[in-house]
Design a protein around this ligand. Structure first.
Ligand code: MG
Length: 289
């Protein structure tokens, strides 16, 4: 676990405001908080409200872009920190956090970039695909119509999804296990990471959701040392985040299965699919002594 210097973060809310949080929930978005099919909250809407009333921060940790997450936060009136693009960057609202070491100011946020710039990712992916004989289609080479077809996003949301900074989602059109291993090896040789989300593979830098979450846990612990952390996810790209916390929860995918790539001893597998599973995880976590 990373440790940073203590006493650098003081919540503005802690001075005469509501009590400091003693529980924090990190959650994936697509397929977890949001339905993988409709991108709606469903049962998670009530669970988010419960968390708000109980003063439990819910931190969004997604493969989505900053632009998508800012729009979603606005729609949900969400005010907490968030992590974009599979751990590519951490965003802290300046209104509630003092600037931690290593972060820089940008608009309303303190930002810590942990990922590799997107143009480098695209170049490495193209070289690795050529070496391995893989036919890959990344977001940067897809038309807007193609992104809409593969994601089911609306056109405005698809435009936001294309504004990549630290992660390139892609499909492998001639997918086969040996070819995937070759791609993984080639990407790793370049010092980058290949991971799999609900719909796409992703190439990203030497970062993941778990490292971003660990950094945020350090910051929260500087506010309240005995904070208990939960994480909720649905796919392999959530594994590092689930392993990082005290209480990990895995929700079911739309086909009713739990992603084996995110299973490990100690993870609690919920019965519900996506947002239903998120709501169950919140209930279990709140009941925990
Ligand atoms: Mg997901």
């Amino acid at each position: 676990m990373k440790k940073t210097k203590p006493s650098t973060i003081i919540s503005s809310r802690s001075e005469g405001g509501p009590p400091r949080p003693s529980r924090v929930i990190f959650t994936d978005l697509d397929g977890t908080l949001l339905s993988a099919d409709t991108y709606e909250l469903g049962a998670a809407a009530t669970a988010l409200q419960v968390c708000r009333q109980a003063d439990i921060p819910v931190v969004f940790v997604s493969s989505k872009t900053r632009a998508e997450m800012v729009a979603l936060r606005s729609r949900l009136e969400h005010r907490g920190p968030f992590v974009s693009e599979n751990g590519g960057a951490i965003f802290l609202p300046q209104e509630a956090w003092q600037k931690p070491p290593g972060f820089h100011g940008d608009g309303p946020f303190w930002i810590l970039a942990m990922g590799t710039p997107h143009p480098t990712l695209v170049t490495v992916l193209q070289r690795a695909a050529a070496r391995c004989g893989a036919t890959v289609r990344g977001f940067s080479s897809m038309s807007l119509a193609e992104i809409i077809r593969w994601t089911g996003l609306s056109e405005p949301d698809a435009r936001l999804a294309r504004m990549r900074e630290y992660d390139e989602p892609f499909r492998i059109e001639n997918e086969a296990p040996p070819l995937l291993r070759c791609l993984e090896d080639s990407v790793a040789a370049a010092g980058l990471t290949l991971t799999r989300g609900g719909r796409f593979y992703h190439i990203l830098g030497d970062c993941d959701k778990g490292r971003a979450v660990a950094r945020l846990m350090t910051l929260y612990r500087q506010r309240q040392a005995d904070t208990l952390f939960a994480a909720v996810g649905d796919a392999g790209n959530d594994l590092s985040m689930l392993r990082a916390v005290d209480c990990p929860y895995l929700v079911r995918r739309p086909d009713g299965t739990h992603d084996q790539a995110a299973c490990f001893e100690g993870v609690v597998c919920t019965d519900g699919i996506g947002p239903e599973g998120f709501a169950q995880a919140v209930h279990i976590f709140r009941e925990r002594p």
